[in-house]
Design a protein around this ligand. Structure first.
Ligand code: NAI
Length: 711
């Protein structure tokens, strides 16, 4: 008999006081994944319970761990361990075949293979706060261990399709309502009582595979078609949701065994798709991003439990809300009472809008606003662990503010600037403690956007970087370490992408052509629609500032200038690159087309039809090339960090993995050769990055380069 202190991956408990019930406890931290050792031991313990005449029922539990089971072991993917018998999908059938009732005791997040395991059991009980779901679709695959066949049999086709095609989990209570679980329990003790009751009631094993999907054939066929119609709209360009649909639909048309076989076939196809590889890449890239090669993981952190923000404008307000939302008190400091009042009003209105939509309770709204203390006195930053400056984007203003921060902030405080274009090193130099200064580049709206570029300046201390990375996590952001350069990583790569949009239009395309190609690729909006939404006046102001330093021989499109001169600033003025009759729908506008063709004439350009491939390549490869230069210059740690930036800050389609991963899937040879061709054709800024040439010549990839960098 084993105890909890046991280190074996699965513990068998059969105790005097529970002689009738065998308890099998998964003991494979952190998430009780179904590694080969777990599978083998689980199967063995099941045999023991079956052979023991004293045992009348079996409870499978996650013991005192975080959950019952986190599903397949991702570390085993693409390794021989995955094929060790019983394989995950066989294990569920093995459990279901057991002649004695098997009860899954669910607590914590029990997703994917975890829920499939529970559905292999004959009954399921769960705590109210447990989470169950089949999120495989979010990794580009389908539930491959019976999930697509068992869930519809258990809860009906409609609810099963909903859960499997969206990947959304439900909590214990909702699972009870849907019929996924048979009872809500407080914990293991009550699960044992439930098992005993099953035996007392003589209910025996209830095998889901032997059930029929509820509802008649016509009704179910209609549900399938409705789901297909919905996915055609919501899952444009994706494969996995349709794979899920196909497999779940089989649960109605085919026997369990046939549906189960088909599930394996569809699963194999999905598993090797570019979509699945991209989504898995995105998942690992986001885990990897916290690792900074020269900063030890156990470095002592400066805790951030109180913040001060200088400037209550668009960004300052959003940043303050991010802290307040995470339970961290924050003081927001403005130069004038009026601006402070306006800032506070904007934050209150923002919370109020969320409350009205039913997404925030009255109490929570009051609590969050209560964590934001307004002030016009700089001295109120004195007790803050971090001071974040978000004042006007002017070096003189920033300098003056940092002089004050240097005078008033605590000696061990972290000093951050939210600048988007200014030199963080120069800002740091205005203080007596540049080692405590860094950039925190939030994205707008800062309370919503998850990306945070953590800008490591020349002198920034390691513990400052590590502390801000930890803080990012605490305020629900994805922090990515970047170096100091114009635009940092994201905006620097955005610039050539937008430039190509303008040039394509000068040469023969129209904004709607470029946007369509980019949207078909998977972005929610193409560059012109995005610009209209963000407001053209902002980019116009930046263009004007840049004009002073732009080399005379550099190609530049004045189209934005022409459009803004007509007072067309985008959606907010109902006209920009498009016109907007209802305030939202972008409609192609002959006025813009006329401006564009006039510009082409002025440049002596014979407008030509530009095919979709060229549009996509010019927009994406220009961005990828800039990314490669950023890596070369050491301004991002890994190519996958750049992907994380684009996935979280710029709406890069997740199923493409990010720009650098996409380049790998195309093949760097192909990307390099195309860039080289563009360079010969147009010169200008098309010079391929040396790193790209090197990797292409070596037949290598950004992924390989990343591996080399991490040792
Ligand atoms: P904003 O103009 O909305 O807000 C700036 C605020 O700072 C104003 O409320 C102003 O009264 C206040 N302020 C000015 N001087 C001050 C001083 N000496 N002491 C205290 N408060 C002072 O500007 P926004 O958009 O919030 O930008 C702030 C910073 O964030 C800038 O550095 C900007 O480049 C950066 N940023 C802006 C993004 C955006 O999308 N708006 C995105 C990322 C960074």
């Amino acid at each position: 008999m084993a105890g909890f202190e046991d280190e074996s991956p699965v513990i068998y408990r059969h105790e005097a006081e529970n002689e009738d019930i065998a308890i099998i406890i998964l003991n494979n931290p952190p998430v009780n994944a179904l590694s080969k050792d777990v599978r083998v031991a689980l199967a063995r313990h099941l045999e023991t319970a079956i052979d023991d005449d004293a045992v009348t029922a079996i409870v499978i539990s996650g013991g005192s761990g975080r959950n019952l089971c986190g599903g397949a072991d991702i570390r085993e993917f693409n390794t021989p361990a995955r094929d060790v018998k019983p394989m995950t999908r066989d294990l569920m059938n093995l459990i279901e075949d057991c002649p004695k009732p098997v009860i899954a005791s669910i607590h914590g997040p029990t997703l994917g293979g975890g829920l499939e395991l529970a559905m292999g059991c004959h009954y399921r009980v769960a705590t109210a706060t447990a989470q169950v779901g089949l999120p495989e679709v979010l990794r580009g695959i389908i539930p491959g261990a019976g999930g697509t066949q068992r869930l519809p049999r258990l809860i009906g086709l409609g609810p099963a399709l909903d859960m499997i095609t969206t990947g959304n989990p439900v909590d214990g209570e909702k699972a009870m309502e849907l019929g996924i679980v048979d009872a809500l329990v407080g914990g293991l003790r009550e699960s044992i009582e439930f098992a005993r009751q099953v035996v007392a009631d003589n209910r025996g094993p209830r095998r889901i595979s032997a059930m029929k999907v509820p509802g008649d054939a016509a009704e179910n066929a209609k549900i399938v078609e409705e789901c297909r119609a919905k996915l055609t709209k919501t899952a444009r360009g994706l494969l996995a949701p349709f794979h899920c649909l196909e497999s779940v639909a089989n649960s109605v048309k085919l026997s369990f065994d046939e549906g189960w076989e088909r599930e394996a076939e569809i699963s194999r196809v999905a598993m090797v798709s570019a979509e699945s590889r991209s989504l898995v890449h995105a998942f690992f890239a986001e885990r990897q991003v916290t690792k900074i090669p020269d900063i030890p993981a156990d470095i002592a952190l400066r805790p951030v439990s109180k913040a001060a923000i200088i400037g209550a404008g668009t960004m300052g307000g959003g940043i303050a809300m991010s802290f307040a939302n995470a339970g961290i008190p924050v003081t927001i400091i403005e130069a004038s009472q009026d601006n402070l009042d306006n800032g506070m009003k904007r934050m209150a209105a923002n919370y109020e809008a969320t409350r009205k939509r039913g997404r925030l309770s009255d109490d929570e709204m009051t609590a969050r606003m209560g964590r934001i203390t307004p002030s016009t006195d700089y001295a109120d930053m004195a007790d803050a662990d971090i001071v974040i400056e978000a004042v006007f984007e002017e070096m003189d203003v920033k300098r003056a503010v940092f002089t004050e921060i240097d005078r008033l902030a605590r000696a061990d405080a972290i000093l951050a600037t939210n600048t988007s274009t200014l030199d963080v090193d120069e800002i740091a130099r205005t203080t007596s403690r540049p080692e405590s200064v860094l950039g925190t580049h939030f994205f707008s709206p800062a309370n919503v956007m998850t990306l945070l570029e953590v800008v490591r300046a020349e002198k920034t201390d390691k513990d400052v970087i590590a502390s801000v990375m930890a803080m990012a996590k605490a305020i629900n952001k994805v922090g990515v370490v970047v170096g100091v350069c114009d635009g940092f990583v994201g905006n620097r790569m955005l610039a050539p992408y937008f430039r190509q949009g303008d040039f394509l239009v000068e040469e023969g395309a129209l904004p709607q052509d470029v946007d369509r190609v980019i949207e078909e690729y998977g972005f929610r909006m193409g560059p012109f629609r995005v610009s209209d939404l963000a407001g053209l006046d902002i980019s116009w102001a930046i263009e004007k500032r840049r004009a002073e330093t732009r080399p005379a021989d550099e190609r530049f499109s004045p189209l934005l200038d022409s459009i803004c001169q007509l007072g067309r600033y985008g959606q907010k003025t109902s006209a920009g690159w498009y016109r907007y009759e209802d305030g939202r729908t972008a409609l192609p506008d002959p006025v813009v087309e006329e401006l564009i063709t006039a510009r082409s004439r002025e440049m002596d350009l014979n407008r030509r039809p530009i095919d979709d491939d060229e549009i996509l390549q010019r927009c994406l490869y220009s961005m990828i090339n800039e990314g490669a230069k950023i890596l070369e210059e050491g301004l991002a740690i890994r190519a996958s960090d750049i992907d994380v930036i684009w996935l979280n800050g710029y709406g890069f389609p997740r199923h493409r993995g990010g720009p650098m991963f996409y380049a790998d899937t195309v093949g760097l040879r192909e990307v390099y050769d195309t860039l080289d061709r563009f360079h010969r054709q147009w010169g200008d800024k098309w010079q391929p990055a040396a790193l790209l040439r090197e990797l292409a010549n070596a037949g290598s990839s950004f992924a390989e380069w990343d591996k080399g960098r991490m040792g």
